[in-house]
Design a protein around this ligand. Sequence first.
Ligand SMILES: Nc1ncnc2c1ncn2[C@@H]1O[C@H](COP(=O)(O)OP(=O)(O)O)[C@@H](O)[C@H]1O
Ligand SMILES: [Mg+2]
Length: 620
Amino acid sequence: MRQIAVLPEILINKIAAGEVVERPSSVVKELVENSLDAGATRIKVEIEKGGSKQIKVTDNGEGIAGDFLPVALQRHATSKLQSLEELDSISSLGFRGEALPSIASVSLFEITSKTKDQLSGFRIKVEGGRIVEQTDIGAPDGTMIEVRELFFNTPARRKFLKTQVTETRHIIDAINGLALAYPHCGFELVSDGRQLFDYNIAGDYKSRVKDVLGGDFDKMVEFSDKGDRISLSGFTIKPEFALKNRAQIYFIVNGRRISSPLLYSALMRAYGEFLIKGRYPQAVIYIFMDPSALDINVSPTKSEVRFSDERSIYGALMSAVRKCITSHDVIPSGFGSVKPGFGVEEENESADYRERIRAAAESFFSRSKSSYISENQRAFKMHTGKSPASLENIRPTPERKTGDASESLASKPADERSTIVEKSTREESVFELTPYRVEQFAHMFIIAFSRDQITIIDQHAAHERILYERALKSFEHQKMSSQKLLMPVNIEMEPGMISGAEEYFELLNNLGFELERFGPRSLAIYAVPAVASGKNPETLVRDLLSDLMEYGDESEDRFKLAAQRFACHAAVRGGDNLSEEMMRGLVRELFKSENPYICPHGRPTIIRYTVEGLRSQFGR
Ligand SMILES: Nc1ncnc2c1ncn2[C@@H]1O[C@H](COP(=O)(O)OP(=O)(O)O)[C@@H](O)[C@H]1O
Ligand SMILES: [Mg+2]
């Protein structure tokens, strides 16, 4: 065996380069970070052949004095960190003193720099880690670094480079990440002589986000959620515009762009049911927090961080984004993305839509009841007092004991004491429907005309959504109100069935049923939920019990199953005639629900045609 020896500096740097310099974009990132740390307000990046031939970064920062220029190229030489204590509150992007020597060890490297105080600039040329030239030279204030033939002496690395297009994309992404974090600096990128962008100094984050996202900016919604310990803000895409790749997500934590599986999953979770499978959000998210609750020294590229309180940051991001996307308009447009005059895309769009809805249903039902409740509890506030004719309040007139359930929607509120639950998080920006006219169409749909849109609502799906949420709540805290039957109804059942059914009595009791075993083969119904008092009590109870017994064992969550089955059986159906008052009640209630846009099976409840959409359809 050979003797143990400390590696020569050049070799150490080359090894370190393996970590810091993965590809051209890592060079760009390190150099631009240095420029930013040097207080630059203008940074120009020029690349050739995706950066593999040349990367040149020019800045107007404070520069490096001639005496220190060779030092900057040494390993662990940094001007940004002097003590251990500083590591916890580091505010510069760099601090490890690794980038320059690493890059210089795997390229033909040249640095030219001049500080304000010096009369002339200074230049050093390095080839594969060896200084080959040092000269005084006239130069403007600031620093210019040129990196040619990256990985010329590490052929393996060079082989792994992807196409120029891919490498250029990575470079764009790296600069964009920094540009989003530093709006007060201008950034220009030139690739093979062609300018790809030139972001002017921006007054605030928002204008920079606009620069970076370009036309996509209009697809975003803004959010801001400032707590005492953490502040979150940013822009996130309206679900209907979600992308087919996940590249366009920027998390900027205390001014540093990071990649974080934790934040990513919080973001995805926030979108949850609103995303089609295989689609991803686009987002720029700024997080500011106490730096001591954050460890940035996790990886040499500093692109990962460790949060000391992962749960709370996860929760904070999740709920901020969720609130933002649900408080905005997530109703699909009736037009889809059909271009005027072409029917081709229609098919795709509806297939896409079906897929979205399917995925939505899947994720909706896979959430456990407890998470559903706790997530939503925060979003709800109890509202007591005078309530409009809410569905729960509506009772049928006694003569109309059986028959069309929809009739119960219309009658006057009988119980002013009952409370309704209102969503408090829904802000002004929310789409609220106050139609000036409602019409029923094909005994199945409600067409609501409002000032600038026509909304089509599936009456059964909408009512199901309302009842579903109400049923879930009834299990948690608020029993649904009952309607006593004038005469108890007896149902005959197999003795085995009756025992099975008994297991569900308590659950059904929350929903407003009063049931009792009546001898070995029969069951008595004393009361039914007020909202379902128009339904035939026997059919309702039978259908519900048989569903529960059939699916109950497979279901992970009995509450959800019960709520869903109840909603399905108790809701008005297609074919039911609705009066204007019923329709208005239904629309009003629908928009009070947590998730008005899809029914518990995941089908849409609403489709909308806006004036704008119509205009463009007609080519106006
Ligand atoms: N563009 C620049 N302008 C001014 N100083 C720079 C620039 N690039 C590098 N430096 C100086 O060189 C030092 C080493 O840079 P680097 O190897 O990237 O390490 P780090 O950024 O971690 O300190 C920096 O600490 C800084 O003092
Ligand atoms: Mg650096």
